[in-house]
Design a protein. Sequence first.
Length: 300
Amino acid sequence: MEFLPSSSSIQLENAVRQAKRLGRLLDLQLTSAKKILARGPYRCDSWKDLESRITDGTADRRITLLSLVSANPEAISFLSGHLDDIVKSISQAVLTSSNQLSLREIVYEVFTGQRHSMSLADVCPSLPELPWEPANLGPDPHAVMFAAISVNGAVFRLVATRIYAPRYFRFDSEISVDPDVAEPYGGKVRIMWSNPRAWRDAAQAFLSAADDDWDAELALPEEELDEAMAKHASWFDRAMAVVNGADYYTDDEERRLAPYVCSHGPYAIFGFPHGSQSIAATIAPDVDCHVGGAYATKSR
């Protein structure tokens, strides 16, 4: 294996930048961030030991790749493949309120210098592919979906409701600001009843507006709900309220809902036990859900 040409000074500069990012993102002193970075992800005895290995040419493959993540495709692949153990090494060294999802995003930004929003599927890649069925609620049949899963012999009905979360959109043009800016801050989490493309376009138009365009407004699609949609929306609001603080758009990463992301968009999922019913019997045309006294039924 051959590494891309790189001097030890570049590797050292990259390591220092990584330590500064770690300190900024976790509110640590630079000396503490250096110590955690060296002893955790780099597996060295100290920051001085890391510097010595880089400058005297005794750095192993792990050190070399981690110090070149921002410029080497192979190094980026290495980071992605070892993200879990790197996150674990940092979480064991510092007390943080960040959850697993947020910590993965922090680690990715520390080494690459770029923010990368992750989903529940990134944290739990072993989640099986589920036989999702569209509930045919609203103008887009996949706005609400359902599936069944067996956990230790117990059957659960899963109900997935697509939500507006601009950080998971793939925009047609480059966006220079945080996609979260296109969230209706403080408002309730919105259901994307219609084609997600219309929602993405609305977010992109708002995010692409000039900084001095004070007249720019976030104009998200407004759908007229029929009786079945309204029932589900009412149930969804009550179900989301059970998750502390996750039912409103917020800049608090600890209160954000980690959605399930698939080809149809990001979804909030709730699961309900179905006792001893078979999976075949559970996958039925009706979506019957009970949460904290709330109830909704959809027949198709």
